[in-house]
Ligand binder design. Structure first.
Ligand code: ZN
Length: 266
């Protein structure tokens, strides 16, 4: 039997005013995801015999996670966006899913902790990119209406990287995005540039500079420190400052996008 088909879904669950239950403090540091789920299950259902637990991180295109139950088994399917999340976040998610499954109020502290985490800028960015890239079967290819990304990649590679970077897949975004001018997607090994920059009135320097930024992502991968991930580590930022026409390029982008684009979002 499948309880609550595909439910509960996250995020987007409603706040409720139901009275809150207090649960004993957590000991999450050394637990595996299954152990976390078992402990939370015990806290929410003190007398129910343990079912079998399975926790799977799935390549969803968003932050949704699911719980499914039958007579002897509780199945957690969690977005892989949370695979590296700190244990207290998995604990909070386990509370939310299990409480929803058994129609119990979700402890406010757990809900709050989970929401805080999903709302962090790096998570929001990560989820945004997931939505943009997952399910994308075809990358448009380097030839735009005006510019050819392969040419620009090759030129930048010679000029700034001694020709040493291997060329990833190159393509134009489906949407004309002003907030994300480009991104490097390590899971698809692809650089995607916003179609906004392929307009007839866009100076080539804008594409060259955004491509340079994305190529720095190839050169300086994301730095992970505990729960934190640094998309633009110090070496990255130092290298970006060396771009010869930095001021000019930024001025063009400002004009194209206004306040919508900020370097930390791409
Ligand atoms: Zn970036």
């Amino acid at each position: 039997m499948q309880v609550e088909r595909g439910q509960p879904r996250l995020p987007g669950f409603e706040d409720d005013d139901t009275p809150q239950v207090t649960y004993p403090p957590a000991a999450t540091l050394f637990e595996t995801p299954v152990e976390i789920c078992r402990r939370v299950f015990r806290a929410v259902r003190p007398r129910t015999p343990f079912p079998e637990f399975s926790v799977e991180f799935c390549r969803f295109a968003n932050a949704n996670s699911f719980i499914r139950s039958d007579a002897s088994r509780l199945e957690f399917r969690i977005t892989d966006a949370l695979e590296g999340a700190p244990a207290p976040i998995l604990e909070a998610l386990a509370f939310i899913l299990i409480c929803k499954l058994y129609r119990k109020p979700v402890p406010a502290s757990q809900r709050h902790r989970y929401n805080l985490y999903l709302n962090r800028q790096d998570m929001r960015r990560h989820l945004h990119l997931l939505r943009q890239t997952r399910g994308r079967k075809h990358i448009s290819g380097p030839q735009g209406e005006r510019y050819n990304l392969e040419e620009i990649f090759a030129e930048n590679n010679d000029k700034f990287f001694n020709g040493l970077l291997a060329q990833p897949a190159l393509g134009w975004s489906r949407q004309v995005s002003k907030s994300i001018l480009g991104h490097f997607d390590p899971s698809h090994n692809a650089i995607i540039i916003s179609r906004l920059l392929d307009k007839p009135n866009t100076p080539r320097l804008a594409v060259e500079y955004v491509m340079y930024h994305e190529m720095l992502h190839l050169r300086y991968p994301v730095e992970t420190k505990g729960a934190r991930r640094r998309f633009h580590p110090k070496e990255f930022r130092d290298a970006e400052k060396l771009y010869p026409q930095l001021k000019e390029a930024k001025a063009i982008l400002d004009k194209l996008c206004g306040a919508a684009q900020r370097p930390e979002t791409w």
